[in-house]
Design a protein around this ligand. Structure first.
Ligand code: FAD
Ligand code: NAI
Length: 509
């Protein structure tokens, strides 16, 4: 009884502590401190993009040291790992978006943000051309921003490999708008299939959801879709539910090629148990408004052409270089052999340039195009720029003190000046000793449906592979802890609870 009372007190105090702490964080969030005004006399640092790389950089950067300007067509940061959950309404899209102006408002030094697309970079004149491509246009839609330092963090676009019909007929899964489009289309297919006296073949086609690309995006989406069907659509639209089918098409012999063999097998078995049809060694060659045409490599090595009718087609075959990056690469001779993005050196400086850095999916630094890499690169550049600013300020002070001593012009007494110079030089030595960027892989995780996940986690000097329901809990807590803000975290938890308790909202907006 006594133990019970103590346990109760402990729980009560813990809950109170968590609530108090959350309240305090929310208060700080809502009441940011005054900011230092921008100083146009300082070096202008232009940052392109508000994705994983750029936001990690902005988080780390002491913005009072530079005249910082951020340009992005998206005025928010998107937490992409939970994007597949938005396609079915497990999570509402705004829960994984963080307004960039809110992020910038919490910096000590004010930052200028322009919602615009950088359309070209002139590295010789050191200017970026920006264009307002939003729906509402003002009198000025194009302008130029001069820079002293430029960070390119524009990410990548969807790869289609020039396959005919892909752009016109498929949905992608990269941006928030893509997830919203998919969510609407799933329900459109279901409602159209349930239309009075709908034809048999047409029901089969409409209820066939095809996912092309067995990388993590395709697998996670297929898992979410099957969950949506099993947990909600089946109950609410039972008359057509036996016809619902998810097919995952992959050109390689297996899905999730970047994971360990053990997890690949586990994933494929789990997906099959979930009744997802996995078609490996199948390469899509053409897409029309109602069918996918693919080449299948048969066990005897011969090839066969198949036509697969679909209602919804989601295309997830990886990344391609954005036009602005291609354009910059074409202007720099040192980039002529680079194919997948801007080749950078170990300090992330774009090869062939002096004051341009590239991070994330648009940079080729020898790592996979993941959020983990982008965030670590952004963080590294933030520290690098902070150090560069410190170096400059220390050098200026040393110069000032030395001049005073040489001219015997008053100010700091010579003995103190000499001491200060010595201390500054020691600090400078430390700052200048900056190590090149080195990526630390913390592991890969993917949700595979039916409340199971797979994880290849780096553990001390080894690797730890696991799959199943416990891994799913680990997946959830890891992503929850990685969400950008407390607001995001609270909203995601509430969405999880809401969809579990009341089911996903199947209304088609
Ligand atoms: P992004 O985050 O894509 O940001 C690019 C930014 O540049 C955006 O703000 C964009 O609007 C802006 N931009 C685009 N064009 C221009 C322009 N012309 N001018 C100015 N700005 C521009 N990785 C993981 O490590 N773990 C995961 O679980 C994971 N899950 C994922 C799930 C999905 C569905 C997807 C699509 C990706 C996932 N990734 C994951 C990969 C990860 O999202 C990317 O590697 C990461 O977003 C790359 O960061 P980035 O900063 O380079 O680009
Ligand atoms: P991906 O490049 O990882 O996978 C694309 C897949 O599509 C490949 O396996 C490829 O063989 C296949 N493919 C290409 N063309 C095809 C065709 N014509 N027909 C059939 N299959 C075809 O792409 P994805 O999944 O979009 O991921 C992009 C990046 O984002 C990767 O680096 C990935 O690691 C990262 N990411 C990580 C996640 C995680 O860690 N949970 C989740 C989502 C993405």
């Amino acid at each position: 009884r006594r133990t019970f009372r103590w346990a109760w007190r402990f729980t009560y105090l813990s809950v109170l502590g968590v609530l108090g702490y959350t309240g305090y964080i929310i208060y700080l969030d809502r009441n940011p401190a005054e900011q230092l005004e921008r100083d146009p006399n300082k070096k202008t640092l232009v940052v392109l993009g508000t994705g994983w790389g750029s936001v990690a950089l902005l988080k780390k950067l002491d913005t009072e040291n530079y005249n910082v300007v951020v340009v992005s067509p998206r005025n928010y940061f998107l937490f992409t790992p939970l994007l597949p959950s938005c396609t079915t309404g497990t999570i509402e899209h705004r829960s994984i978006m963080e307004p960039v102006r809110a992020i910038l408002r919490h910096k000590r030094g004010a930052v200028q943000f322009y919602e615009a697309e950088a359309s070209s970079i002139d590295h010789e004149r050191k200017v970026v051309k920006i264009t307002d491509n939003s729906e509402i246009k003002g009198a000025v839609v194009e302008n130029e921003i001069p820079y002293d330092m430029l960070v390119v963090g524009v990410g990548a676009e969807n790869a289609t490999f020039g396959i005919p019909g892909v752009r016109e007929n498929s949905c992608f899964l990269k941006e928030i708008g893509d997830a919203q489009r998919i969510r609407k289309k799933i329900m459109d297919c279901v409602e159209t299939a349930a239309f009075k006296d709908q034809k048999d073949d047409e029901i089969n086609r409409l209820m066939h959801m095809v996912v092309v690309g067995g990388g993590p995006t395709g697998v996670e989406f297929a898992g979410e879709l099957q969950d949506f069907f099993e947990e909600d659509i089946k109950k609410l639209v039972p008359e057509i539910s036996p016809r619902f089918k998810v097919t995952l098409i992959e050109a390689l012999p297996n899905v999730l090629p970047s994971f360990s063999k053990q997890l690949i097998d586990y994933t494929e078995n789990t997906l099959r148990e979930e009744k997802i049809d996995i078609k490996t060694k199948t390469m899509v060659k053409k897409v029309t408004s109602e069918t996918v045409e693919a080449e299948v490599v048969k066990p005897d090595g011969t090839k066969e052409r198949v036509v697969i009718p679909y209602g919804l087609l989601v295309w997830a075959t990886g990344n391609a270089v954005r036009p602005i990056v291609k354009d910059l690469m074409s202007r720099i001779p040192a980039q002529k052999d680079s194919r997948r993005g801007l080749a950078v050196n170990e300090y992330l400086v774009v090869q062939g340039t002096r004051d341009i850095w590239a991070i994330g999916d648009c940079a080729v630094a020898g790592y996979a195009p993941t959020a983990q890499v982008a965030a670590q690169e952004g963080n590294f550049l933030g520290s690098l720029f902070n150090n560069m600013a410190k170096t400059e300020s220390h050098e200026n002070r040393i110069h000032e003190l030395s001049s005073q001593m040489n001219l015997q012009a008053g100010g700091t007494p010579p003995a103190e000046a000499a001491q200060e110079i010595e201390a500054l030089e020691r600090r400078l030595k430390k700052i200048r000793d900056i190590k090149p960027f080195r990526y630390t892989h913390q592991g890969s995780m993917a949700y595979i449906g039916s409340e199971k996940a797979v994880a290849d986690v780096s553990w001390w000097n080894g690797n730890f592979a696991s799959g199943g329901s416990m891994t799913y809990l680990f997946w959830r807590s890891a992503y929850l802890s990685m969400c950008f803000s407390t607001r995001n975290r609270v909203l995601v938890v509430l969405d999880w609870l809401k969809s579990k308790a009341f089911g996903r909202d199947i209304s088609r907006e």
